[in-house]
Design a protein around this ligand. Structure first.
Ligand SMILES: Cc1cc2nc3c(=O)[nH]c(=O)nc-3n(C[C@H](O)[C@H](O)[C@H](O)COP(=O)(O)OP(=O)(O)OC[C@H]3O[C@@H](n4cnc5c(N)ncnc54)[C@H](O)[C@@H]3O)c2cc1C
Ligand code: SF4
Length: 316
């Protein structure tokens, strides 16, 4: 690991201003993703701004019946919160399908949303990777791509966004609240938060340099039955090959988002509209523009079977 300077911020605005002021600075929260990347010299920040002392560790009810989650709320605390378990169960299930108990104790809400891809070539500094080193090429295109994306990818990068929690956040229509280096705040819909790779795969979210997540807001609950099914190569410590987050209403309508398939949690209005028609209609709508590789073509029927299982359970 390369040397770096370090400070503990006292307010969110101070943290954002400090990251913007220092060249090559990064926020650090739980550190469970960033420190791994620093040890491998994939991330080499010259300055770390630790946000762990900020007063952003609460979960509060909002006036409109929703929930406002501080960015420092641990994954464990969020998944166990009584209102999350009762009204947003898809979120509890998604979080508990991710990582391990120890990691979830340390991992924060904001840090989880911002974890980086698990593409094996991104982690191998001997290989070309446009995301790690812009303009260097992509070793995954023509390489081993079983774990990688089938839709929303580009000629520059075919990686996926790897997390579970954000797939539930997407199906819940969450909103990310931020503070910018100048101290002003803004709200970004989950739908717009993770970018498609295009020709700049190193820019992964809508956040501007120095912009810090302060909260994630959930709208008032929508009812229905909540599901998160994750398919992976082994039961513990593995990222999703395919995951499906769904909220199904008694009349068969609902919402569905897919993980492990794309640069961001994948949800489309066309796919939501097909839910009463069954899994194959949903998959046809959601993945009409898919560009799978020979290695990962299997993910589309796997997603269909996973969703079919959910729909059968919802009817039971
Ligand atoms: C062995 C292992 C298995 C795992 N398995 C899974 C899994 O199955 N599913 C899953 O979803 N995840 C999994 N994870 C990932 C884990 O969930 C993330 O590492 C964790 O959620 C990141 O949170 P953190 O607080 O530690 O983030 P950090 O490592 O501190 O930060 C991550 C990134 O977010 C930035 N950041 C942090 N907070 C903010 C903020 N408030 N505003 C702006 N930027 C910020 C940091 O600068 C950094 O770039 C696994 C991790 C490991 C090590
Ligand atoms: S798929 Fe993306 S992350 Fe993986 S090697 Fe190619 S550019 Fe890098």
């Amino acid at each position: 690991m390369r040397s770096f300077t370090y400070e503990r911020a006292r307010t969110p605005a101070e943290a954002a201003a400090s990251v913007a002021r220092h060249p090559d600075a990064k926020f650090i929260a739980g550190g469970t993703n960033l420190l791994d990347l620093m040890k491998l010299e994939i991330e080499t920040p010259a300055h770390l701004v630790d946000v762990q002392d900020l007063a952003l560790g609460e979960i509060e009810d909002t006036d409109d019946g929703g929930l406002r989650i501080g960015t420092l709320v641990s994954n464990t605390a969020l998944s166990a919160h009584p209102r999350v378990r009762r009204d947003y169960a898809v979120l509890t299930r998604a979080i508990q399908a991710g990582a391990s108990g120890q990691l979830r104790n340390k991992a924060t809400t904001g840090g989880n949303m911002l974890q980086r891809t698990r593409c094996a070539y991104f982690y191998d500094t001997n290989m070309p990777c446009n995301k790690r080193k812009p303009g260097s090429g992509c070793a995954a295109i023509g390489g081993v791509s079983r774990q990688l994306g089938v839709i929303g990818t580009s000629d520059s990068c075919i990686a996926t966004y790897p997390g579970d929690m954000a797939v539930a956040m997407r199906v819940l229509d969450a909103v990310v609240e931020t503070v910018r280096p100048g101290g002003d705040t803004r709200a970004i819909a989950a739908a717009d938060f993770h970018r498609l790779w295009g020709d700049t795969p190193h820019i992964e979210t809508a956040l501007e340099p120095g912009e810090m997540i302060t909260h994630v807001r959930l709208p008032r609950p929508v009812g229905g039955r909540h599901f998160y099914h994750k398919v992976r190569d082994r039961r513990s410590y593995a990222f999703a090959l395919v995951s499906v987050a769904a909220i199904i209403q008694p009349d068969g309508t609902g919402r569905v988002a897919f993980g492990g398939m794309a640069p961001r949690p994948w949800r489309t209005p066309e796919a939501d509209a097909q839910l009463p028609g069954g899994a194959s209609a949903v998959i046809a709508a959601a993945f009409a523009d898919a560009r799978p590789t020979e290695d990962n073509r299997f993910k589309i029927p796997l997603a269909e079977r996973t969703l079919a299982g959910i729909l059968a359970e919802a009817r039971s």
